[in-house]
Design a protein around this ligand. Structure first.
Ligand SMILES: NC(=O)c1ccc[n+]([C@@H]2O[C@H](COP(=O)([O-])OP(=O)(O)OC[C@H]3O[C@@H](n4cnc5c(N)ncnc54)[C@H](OP(=O)(O)O)[C@@H]3O)[C@@H](O)[C@H]2O)c1
Length: 245
């Protein structure tokens, strides 16, 4: 891997990658992470993002989320990507403890329908029980069922307000939040001006399909400055920082 822009241009060692994804101290920081193809697809023909990713993409993804408090995803992403349990890794404990973090991040899912794959190991084997955030319009029996598998937070309103979700996390002292999509949830957060960093990988692929964002778009797009670009085998790993008010 080599840094093309930002940092010290040239080869970057795997063990130095984490330093390129710092967390600010004493404030909430929302880091969005996504991979997209040249034609803007969020997934390949198998509906999942792994088929448009690469080994280097996964390495950077893991480095950038390694010292997170919480991983935030939309329900479709859980239904498709089937997140595995997040467990404390012995080799990460010293760095997490030094940063004042719990031994592992918690996965937080947003869902209105609460039709999630409850049999997945993530709900039984995670270091910290996943949290599902829903709205007060969720069906009571669905809430009851969800409570058998995870912590459920019910927020007021017809839809879940992403800003209120972030407040729930910061109220618990979790300031380092990685939003791993999907594109619709990431868009909702950015549309409210709540995304601080967008780490967008560009895969040198065209899949002719797989664009999943709904909605008509913002009249005033959320704006970002480029902090660095890393290249590996034609993939570009771009770190952008929000410059919107
Ligand atoms: N390329 C990448 O890096 C990447 C990353 C992640 C995912 N993906 C791919 O993207 C696709 C999924 O993305 P997506 O954008 O369709 O879905 P998504 O953002 O993961 O999830 C959307 C779902 O989340 C829930 N949700 C989101 N905002 C909500 C709100 N304000 N209130 C209540 N519920 C809310 C709803 O769930 P309910 O339907 O349960 O109510 C909604 O249907 C999959 O194919 C996945 O593999 C790609």
């Amino acid at each position: 891997m080599q840094i093309l822009m930002g940092g010290n241009p040239g080869e970057v060692a795997r063990e130095d990658l984490g330093e390129l994804y710092p967390w600010p101290v004493g404030q909430r920081w929302v880091r969005g992470m996504m991979v997209t193809t040249l034609d803007g697809a969020a997934h390949g023909s198998d509906n999942a993002s792994g088929s448009i990713s690469s080994t280097a993409d996964k390495v950077i993804f893991n480095e950038a989320r390694r010292l997170a408090d919480a991983i935030l995803i939309g329900a479709n992403t859980m239904r498709v990507e089937r997140y595995r349990p997040l467990k404390a890794k012995p080799e990460q404990q010293a760095a997490r403890a030094a940063a004042g973090l719990r031994p592992a991040p918690v996965v937080v899912m947003i869902s209105g329908r609460l039709d999630l794959p409850w049999d997945e190991p993530i709900f039984r084997e995670s270091e910290f029980v996943p949290i599902v955030v829903t709205s007060e319009t969720a069906a009571p029996d669905a809430v009851e069922r969800a409570r058998e598998h995870c912590e459920v937070v019910v927020l007021p309103g017809h839809k879940v307000d992403p800003g209120a979700v972030l407040d729930v996390l910061t109220d618990r002292g979790w300031n380092r939040i990685v939003c791993e999509g999907g594109p619709n949830l990431l868009g909702e957060i950015a549309a409210q001006g709540l995304l601080d960093e967008a780490d967008i990988s560009i895969a040198p692929l065209i899949v002719a399909g797989g664009q999943v964002v709904t909605g008509s778009g913002l009249d005033n797009p959320d704006r970002y400055r480029l902090a660095h670009v890393i290249e590996h085998e034609g993939f570009l790993f771009n770190r952008y920082i929000s410059i919107s008010d």
